[in-house]
Structure formats: C-alpha cells, structure tokens
Design a protein around this ligand. Structure first.
Ligand code: NAD
Length: 487
C-alpha cells in the first residue's frame, strides 16, 4: 500500500460538528504545515454561544437516545462498529493526521489508527462488566453503590498525538454512557473530526459526540466553565492544566482528569544490557522528535558506562532521516511550529550557556519545515534549563551517578512525575527502585507503552490528576451514589 500523498490536494474537513450537523465557520486561526512551513488552512474559533449550543445538543441527545440507560451491550455493539470503521478508513485518517501534525504517515496506519480502534473496543467492553455493587450491611438494611454516568463530559486534547488522544477521551466517556463535547487542538483538528463522523456512520446517536474547534482561552475556557459540563477530561501542558483548574474553581466545582507534562528520567545501571538500553533510550527521545508527554528526556547513567552509552545513542541519533510527514518513507518528525522550534533552540542554548556541553546536535535542521537536530547535552546540573523545563523536542540531557541514592535523587524532579525508565539486570534493585521512583508509570528494561490498554496512564506531582487508559479511565467517567434501604 502506498501511503505517500500530495498535501496540496488532500480534502480537509474544517467545520464544527454539532449533532449530525457540519457547522461551517470562518477560519480565524492560521495553520501552517510543520513539514514545510506552508500556510494551508485557517481553523475556526467556536464562541461561548456555539459551545453552549453543543452542550445543549449533547444533553438533548442523552435524553432522546437514553444512551446511559440502554442495555449496555447495545453501547458495546455500536462502539465495535465504530472501531471497525476506523480500521476501514485507516488510510484517510492517517493522511488527515499526518498533514497537520508531526506524525509521519508511514507510522500511522499500523500504529496510532490501529491502536485507537483497539482502544475503542477495549473501553466499550467495560460497559457490561463494571456496575453497581451490593455492599455488606446488617440484616436490617440493604446497602449498595449505584454507578451512573456523569452526563455531558468536556474533553480537550493536544496536538502531539491527536487521534490517540481523541480515542482516550471519547472511548471511556461514551462506553460509560456519557455524551461528549470535545475540542481538539487548533493545530490538528482534522483526524478528530473525521473520527467523530465515523461514529455517526456506525450508529452512535447524533449529539453524543460534538466537536468544537478553537483555541484554549476562548473555546476551551467556555467548555471547562460551562455549568452543564459535568466533568472535564484534559490532556495538555501543566500550564494549561493549571489555568483549567483556576477556571473550574471560579465557575463551579466539577471533577477533572488532567494528563499533563513530563520530564521523565531513564536510569541506566552498569549491569544493564547497554545495547538494548541505548536503542530504547534513543527511540524514546527520537519518536515524534521528542514531542511526547512521556519522552525519556533525562538520561541518568552510572558513571563507568556513561561514555559508551552516550556514543551508542549518538550513533542512533545520526541515523535519523528527516522528511515530510506525507512521505511514507519519513521516520523523523518535524517540530509542530516555528515558535516551538525556536523555544527548543533557546532552551538548548541556555543550557550550554549554563555550562552544558552539546555533544551532538543543538541547532535547527537546514531546509524546509521546522525540523530540529537530535541533541545530546552532558555536564548539566539540576538548575540547568535542560533539566528544569519540559522541552518537548528531541533533546536528551545526561547526568551521571555512583550510587542508587544519587540516582534516585537526580531522578526525583521537583515538578514532574509522569514516567520513568529503569535498565538493570538486578531484579532486587529493579523492584527497590520501582518502589522508590515517584512517577505514574515505570518501565523496566524497556521504554514504551505496550498494547496492554489495561495499564492506566497518568502523572504524579504536577504531571496530572487521575488516569487515562485502564479500568480507571472508564470508572472516572462514572459517578457513585451510595444507597441504604431500611428493610
Ligand atoms: P497545550 O496545553 O498548549 O494545549 C492542549 C490543549 O489545551 C489544546 O487543545 C489547547 O487549545 C487547549 N488549551 C490551552 N489552554 C487552555 C485553557 N486555558 N483552557 C482550556 N483549554 C486550553 O498543550 P499542547 O502544546 O497542545 O501539547 C503538549 C503538552 O501536552 C505537553 O506538555 C505534553 O506533555 C502534554 N501531553 C500530556 C499527555 C499525558 O498523557 N500526560 C499526553 C500528550 C501530551
């Protein structure tokens, strides 16, 4: 199958989706393709009034479809049909994802698209397995916890893996019997819109998924502060998460799931399989050019093997072949925008000015688009901007340690605790360190998710509140009522 395509002739869905209506709107937010910097579309901005209409549509749809009250297997069957359509339309979805985002089209069909379909099925299956419980009380009473959907969930997603993030929000919310008003990133709305239209085709009642386009301060704020949005599910930066908490506090308390930024360490002990560790570490910082919440951006390595490991990682870094996301052969991503590429460069330069040594990279790539050279920086201390800031680019910092205590102390970031990697052949140490590391996900002798969607993902510290994926994500979309009946 040839997946390469001409980005100038790809038809783009660019409208709001409210109920089953495509709502056309004037584009106001300029969009540029990361791969060549070309201006190619303008994203509309949903006003508070339009968000209001979307929420009212969602509420009405819940009522008319009785989505939360039908036999759960009906919800499951519809969602399975939706997953089938996602697979059937994988190529279109991959192209819509690739043109706007930084994800190469060659990685998407078997990767993000297939995984998204799988996760929709995974979440659907909770619908008739999780529910209310009878609880122990004395003989004179009947006690139970009654599980119920929230109603209308507000969801907001980032640009770095747009389709996956939409699946993480829509899957559990719908399976749990809710309706959703979702705002994708203003930089990458197309794949989410197309996926929502596939849900309509599959038979998800109109109005249960509503997509409003726009930026955070206007459209996002209108969603999180809306009185009829019963719960907010957000993935994005820690800064935006903080603004959302403030808005929710100011407009009416409601539950929220926040999946935020990271600055994840990878600890390598001298007894590890260094070749495997080097390959995993390089992959983790080169995938999507480091634009991943769980990017393993801080290498913390035992002193005696640091040089060899860095050499092996630089060898991997030298192999990247940058190319436009619409070329099937491309495997190295551009940075999402010129502004973000400049920010990466500014942090790298500041880290060097603060005493860091740039062993490899450290500059934008020549040519079209917003590509940045893979970068490895040594001689950094905890005050260096290479350590303090989430760079969200292909930049790996290196620190060395002599003892486990020192390794743990370096790993313990003051702000973030999203993920951590650990490479050692010593089982006891692996368990000791796993217990001590302060992160929501620990990978041992690997650094990546598997397709075991049952493992929840979420952050410690300011990397977030609550979980996506796993049973936790489904349960986060249900509320619990305690009932006590006097017999
Ligand atoms: P961002 O915070 O700038 O934007 C994310 C989304 O939030 C966008 O749709 C944006 O329009 C919206 N938004 C921004 N400000 C808002 C506000 N005040 N109110 C409501 N909505 C608002 O993040 P980004 O640059 O799109 O994505 C990169 C960030 O996302 C990184 O920090 C990354 O670590 C994080 N991320 C986290 C996870 C995770 O699972 N923890 C996954 C992917 C990305």
């Amino acid at each position: 199958m040839n997946l390469s395509f001409n980005p100038d002739t790809l038809a783009l869905p660019i409208h709001h989706l409210i109920g089953d209506r495509r709502v056309p709107a004037k584009g106001v937010i300029g969009m540029r393709r990361p791969s060549d910097g070309k201006s190619y579309a303008d994203c509309p901005q949903a006003s508070a009034d339009l968000v209001d209409e979307a929420v009212a549509t969602a509420k009405a749809a819940l009522k008319t479809s009785n989505w939360g009250g039908v036999r759960p297997r009906e919800r499951i069957n519809v969602m399975h049909r939706w997953a089938d359509l996602i697979e059937q339309e994988a190529v279109t979805l991959a192209k819509l994802e690739a043109i706007a985002s930084t994800r190469p089209v060659g990685e998407l069909v078997a990767g993000d698209v297939a995984i998204t379909a799988e996760q929709i099925r995974f979440f659907a299956e909770f619908a008739d397995k999780e529910g209310s419980d009878l609880v122990p009380t004395d003989d004179g009473n009947l006690g139970m916890t009654m599980s119920e959907p929230y109603g209308v969930v507000g969801a907001i997603t980032p640009w770095n893996v747009p389709l996956s993030m939409a699946g993480w929000k829509l899957g559990p919310a719908l399976a749990a019997g809710n309706a959703v008003v979702l705002k994708p990133s203003e930089m990458t709305p197309f794949s989410t819109l197309f996926m929502a239209e596939l849900a309509l085709k599959a038979g998800v009642p109109a109005g249960l998924i509503n997509i409003v386009l726009g930026d955070g301060p206007v459209t996002g704020n209108a969603i999180t502060g809306h009185p009829d949005i019963a719960k907010v599910s957000f993935t994005g930066s820690t800064g935006a998460g903080s603004a959302i908490m403030a808005n929710i506090a100011a407009t009416g308390i409601k539950p929220m799931t926040l999946e935020l930024g990271g600055k994840s360490p990878q600890l390598v002990f001298a007894d590890a399989d260094l070749n495997k560790a080097a390959a995993a570490i390089a992959r983790s910082i080169l995938a999507n050019a480091g634009q991943a919440c769980v990017a393993g951006s801080r290498l913390i390595v035992e002193e005696g093997v640091a040089q060899d490991l860095c050499n092996a990682i630089v060898t991997e870094m030298k192999k990247v072949k940058a190319g436009p996301t619409w070329d099937e052969a491309s495997r190295y991503s551009p940075i999402i925008s010129e502004r973000q590429r400049d920010r990466i460069d500014t942090i790298v330069k500041a880290a060097v000015a603060a005493g860091g040594t740039c062993v490899y990279g450290g500059a934008p790539m020549e040519g079209d688009g917003y590509f940045y050279t893979p970068t490895l920086i040594t001689d950094v201390d905890n005050a260096s901007p290479a350590i303090t800031d989430e760079i969200f680019g292909p930049v790996l910092s290196v620190q060395t340690f002599r003892t486990e205590e020192e390794a743990l102390s370096l790993a313990d970031h003051p702000t973030y605790g999203l993920a951590a990697g650990l490479f050692t052949r010593d089982l006891s140490r692996a368990i000791r360190m796993t217990r001590a590391l302060q992160a929501g996900t620990i990978w041992v002798n690997r650094y990546s998710r598997s397709r075991d969607h049952i493992l929840p993902t979420g952050g410690y510290k300011q990397s977030g509140i609550g979980k996506d994926l796993g049973r936790e994500a489904y349960l986060a979309n249900r509320k619990t009522k305690s009932v006590l009946i006097n017999l």
